[in-house]
Design a protein around this ligand. Structure first.
Ligand SMILES: Cc1cc2nc3c(=O)[nH]c(=O)nc-3n(C[C@H](O)[C@H](O)[C@H](O)COP(=O)(O)O)c2cc1C
Length: 254
């Protein structure tokens, strides 16, 4: 079994980096061969654009999807994208480690998705969702937030965390992954504890690390997040009558 940790944090001494090391250690102990894509350390360029494409099909106007498909057909995808795709191809399990930045994954990780999930190569109009490229593989996000846990409930000021993470999870599902419920570490203030005394903050960090380790050890017990799929949609791409949907984003009733 192979696992890939896609790690998105600029600071090696951060709590995110510590959680990444927990995942590396536990997964190795469970028998996985573990690779890490350390996006900042490796200097991944998250900005999709014309500079990445040497043999353009249209040199006048840059269209990302067109150039992605063309480069994919030509076998001329950028080297860093090829490396990431090869890592993903090897991985039965992909762990995404990141802090919540502006109510979403950091731009670095979003840009990694923009460039690595290549149109024409890893997905097309018919080859996506529950017919996606990475069918049969699992993905899980380990996310830290600055705000405390209560604020990420449905009525909390941080915003309902299930809704905040939906675009990330749905994009992974779009690529075919079985997306496991995330592991969340709340109240992590990078600069130091705000809500708690130093000692109890440190104890809280250790509790989160132990919780993440336990979660990884019991992944087999995790049921993937349910999403609607091709059989649930009609020819217009909307839910068929009788299909209620599973979340706030795709649902039968307004
Ligand atoms: C640019 C930026 C945006 C942030 N946005 C949010 C946010 O929307 N919600 C939140 O709870 N915390 C937010 N935070 C706080 C981070 O989530 C928090 O610092 C991080 O999870 C701490 O982990 P670390 O010590 O490993 O960096 C933000 C931090 C930064 C730097």
């Amino acid at each position: 079994m192979h696992a890939l940790i896609v790690h998105c944090h600029p600071e090696p001494r951060s709590f995110n980096a510590a959680l990444k090391e927990v995942a590396r250690e536990i997964l190795q102990r469970l028998g996985y061969k573990v690779e890490v894509s350390d996006l900042y350390a490796e200097g991944f360029d998250p900005a999709e654009g014309p500079t990445h494409y040497m043999e353009r099909t249209n040199t006048e106007v840059f269209t990302a999807l067109t150039e992605q498909r063309h480069a994919s057909e030509l076998g001329s995808l950028p080297a860093d994208v090829c490396r990431e795709i090869e890592r993903l191809a090897r991985a039965d399990l992909v762990v995404f480690q990141f802090p919540l930045w502006w109510h979403a994954q950091p731009a670095m990780l979003k840009g990694w998705m923009d460039r690595v999930f290549v149109y024409g190569g890893l997905y097309t109009g018919t080859y996506r969702y529950d017919r996606g490229h990475f069918r049969g593989k699992r993905a899980i996000c380990c996310v830290t937030t600055g705000g405390p846990e209560a604020t990420f409930a449905h009525n909390g000021r941080g915003g309902d965390i299930d809704l905040l993470l939906w675009p990330m999870h749905y994009s992974l599902y779009y690529m075919g992954y079985d997306v496991l419920p995330p592991f969340l570490a709340h109240g992590i203030q990078g600069g130091g504890p705000v809500y708690q005394a130093q000692d109890s903050f440190k104890a809280q960090l250790e509790t989160y690390k132990a919780g993440w380790a336990r979660r990884l050890e019991t992944l087999e017990e995790s049921t993937p997040i349910p999403f609607t799929g091709w059989n649930d949609w009609d020819e217009r791409g909307v839910l068929k009558p009788g299909m209620e949907g599973y979340d706030y984003f795709i649902r039968a009733h307004p």
